[in-house]
Design a binder for this molecule. Sequence first.
Ligand code: HEC
Length: 198
Amino acid sequence: MRKYFVSAAIIATFSLLLFFQISCAGKEEAKPLTQEEMIALGKYIVSTSGCDDCHTPKIFTENGPVFDTTRHLAGFPQGQVLPSLDFNMLAGKWVAAEMNLTAWVGPWGISYASNLTPDNATGIGTLSEEMFIKTLREGKWMGVGRPLLPPMPWQVIGMKTDQDLKAIYVYLKSLKPIHNEVPQPTPPDKMGDVLAQK
Ligand code: HEC
């Protein structure tokens, strides 16, 4: 009888220890990250999620396109004239991208990748964290405006955790602001004005 009691006591002790270990591990995870850790996490997510593919203009080298680090995440270059395109050939069934991948032509018209640097006038400088997260969760311009156009993949980016989206925001806000005014989208009936054969 005594033997059973001792074994039961040992099992109970181990269970308790295990319980504390699990609950402590849980607590550690919930510990908020420091500002520096948030920036590092955001940088990691942005660099590995393809944001640069569309939001950073390219330099064309012998080995193909590379990101132009002087215009990191600044979006479609202000004042850039798009090459002419017979968009009727797309027949509402094809999508075309300008070589920098910062301007896209499709049935929705022309969309231009936004300036994600924290410039107050032309980037996300005045966008609050809450509105930034809303933009990516609900696919609305500045969190409350018109629906975001393709090919911005907000539907998948918006599936990231609150912490990941906050980290992206904190990282973007830590970047050098670049003044670059990206045009608003061109609606389908105005595409001819922009893409006409010159
Ligand atoms: C396939 C191209 C593509 C990729 C990849 C992409 N974007 Fe975009 N993004 C766009 C385009 C184009 C727009 C402009 C859409 C519009 O005007 O409706 C945009 C718009 C945005 C906006 C809205 C800006 C505003 O002020 O409302 C945010 C924020 C954004 N992108 C963040 C990101 C982040 C963060 C990533 C990476 C995790 C990313 N994008 C990846 C193409 C892309």
